[in-house]
Design a protein around this ligand. Structure first.
Ligand code: HEC
Length: 115
């Protein structure tokens, strides 16, 4: 009886580890690729990871969307549709990320959310 339990436990543990690994893979962030895209898109003019510039720090944005299932989608929209923003009372279009690659843009969104 105890032995069967042990086997069941190991089976469940195996399933748990395997699905955990899959989840991690889905959430993995390619930091180098994200930072390269930030650089190429000149986002650093208005943003940094932890300092408020004209735009909010990525850490602040990460905190804002923490635990929200649609955080990644919201950021992808923000970065691809040039919403109107306001800097010192002047309205302008937010710059679009310099990429048409859906996976690269999602990776950047996850990078920001994981700061
Ligand atoms: C000219 C300055 C400027 C540039 C360049 C700029 N941003 Fe922004 N960004 C802002 C401002 C200002 C806001 C705040 C808008 C608001 O809260 O209405 C903002 C907001 C954001 C947000 C928060 C969105 C949200 O839903 O809370 C993210 C993330 C972001 N920018 C990322 C980027 C990335 C990535 C780039 C490069 C493709 C970029 N920004 C380029 C000024 C800029």
């Amino acid at each position: 009886m105890a032995r069967n339990h042990n086997r069941l436990f190991r089976l469940l543990l195996g399933i748990g580890l395997a699905s955990g690994a899959l989840t991690l893979q889905a959430q993995a962030v390619d930091t180098a690729a994200a930072e390269q895209l930030l650089e190429a898109s000149k986002c650093g003019k208005c943003h940094s990871v932890d300092k408020q510039k004209d735009g909010p720090a990525y850490k602040k944005t990460a905190a804002k969307y923490k635990g929200k299932a649609d955080g990644e989608a919201k950021l992808v929209t923000h970065l691809t549709t040039a919403p109107i923003i306001e800097i010192d009372g002047v309205k302008e279009e937010h710059s679009k990320v310099k990429s048409k690659d859906d996976a690269a843009i999602k990776n950047l969104a996850r990078y920001i959310l994981s700061r």
